[in-house]
Design a protein around this ligand. Structure first.
Ligand SMILES: Nc1ncnc2c1ncn2[C@@H]1O[C@H](COP(=O)(O)OP(=O)(O)OP(=O)(O)O)[C@@H](O)[C@H]1O
Ligand SMILES: [Mg+2]
Length: 288
């Protein structure tokens, strides 16, 4: 009897979990990426199960990310390619006037594609160089960055209500002009893109707070779901509504913004309420 009980205990405690582990590993190997062992044990077998599950989580995330990037880039390419195709057809049919008319739109599409390619390349350079990313820093007045970003937004979206409020006598900041402007451009572009009601106002405020210069971009757009908030800085993450592809984008803007800001010794924070709007604060050290 004792032997039978002993055998049962061994089966329950050792054989079953190991069987579960090997079934999980087999399922993962067969491409069933949602398989997990979910062993709730605090011994070595439990530890092994936990590691396998963790690895599966990571692989699943990576694959999803890669698929999303491909889908997003393909989506971004479609509009300009269609336009170019139409223009070529028109030119082929001898209607060079109509073909020429679409050139301006094609140029805008291509400029947007260039920004995306730039973002992807910069993100990859950051990935490779991590914290050693070479910044071409200069001592600049924050107003210069704010004014440049504001004029760009006004030029791109002339009918959008937009106010800037730049405090006077701000201390200078020591930043890479091109990269830092890219941060503010990305934030303003998001504020515009995720405010589908064209009358919803955006704002850019620049102020000084405890030896830091703070750039704050606000919108009254769709906002971000509380569950999504921690994910928005993850490369290629796009919220559900953005993923429905009414808006263009590949999900790199905030990832890059965070890396650039942190490379400058600064911080970036987002607060948002679905249906009410979003507020992004970028703070960088002021020059003494
Ligand atoms: N101001 C905002 N309001 C609402 N949602 C936002 C806002 N900014 C970002 N998001 C959400 O966070 C996601 C990630 O933003 P991010 O700027 O990184 O990528 P993207 O705008 O989708 O694409 P990209 O910036 O690469 O063109 C967006 O897809 C969107 O769901
Ligand atoms: Mg964006």
């Amino acid at each position: 009897l004792i032997m039978v009980i002993g055998a049962l205990i061994t089966a329950r405690w050792i054989v079953q979990p190991i069987d579960r582990l090997s079934r999980t590993a087999r399922a993962l190997g067969a491409g069933e990426l949602s398989a997990r062992s979910r062993l709730a044990r605090s011994d070595e077998i439990g530890e092994l199960g936990y590691r396998i599950d963790e690895m599966a989580d990571r692989i699943e995330r990576l694959l999803v990310t890669e698929k999303e990037l491909l889908a997003n880039v393909a989506h971004e390419l479609r509009t300009p390619l269609t336009r170019i195709g139409v223009a070529l057809d028109l030119a082929g049919e001898g209607d060079s006037e109509a073909a020429r008319a679409s050139l301006a739109e094609i140029a805008i599409d291509i400029a947007e594609l260039e920004t995306i390619v730039d973002d992807i390349l910069t993100a990859m350079r950051f990935e490779v160089a991590s914290s050693e990313f070479p910044l071409k820093r200069a001592v600049l007045p924050p107003a210069e960055i704010a004014d440049a970003a504001a004029s760009r937004l006004r030029a791109r979206h002339p009918s959008r209500p937009f106010v800037t409020n730049v405090a006077r006598d701000l201390p200078a900041i020591h930043v890479d002009r091109v990269l830092f402007r890219r941060v503010i451009d990305n934030l303003l572009e998001n504020a515009h893109k995720y405010s589908p009601d064209g009358r919803a106002p955006l704002s850019l405020e620049v102020a000084c707070d405890a030896k830091r210069v703070v750039f704050e971009v606000r919108d009254k757009g769709i906002g971000i779901l509380t569950d999504d908030l921690p994910k928005v800085f993850t490369a290629f993450f796009r919220g559900d509504k953005s993923r429905s592809r009414e808006t263009g984008g590949v999900g790199l803007g905030l990832t890059l913004a965070k890396r650039i800001v942190e490379a400058h010794g600064g911080t970036i924070e987002i607060t948002s309420k679905p249906g009410e709007g979003t507020n992004v604060r970028v703070a960088v050290p002021a020059v003494d």
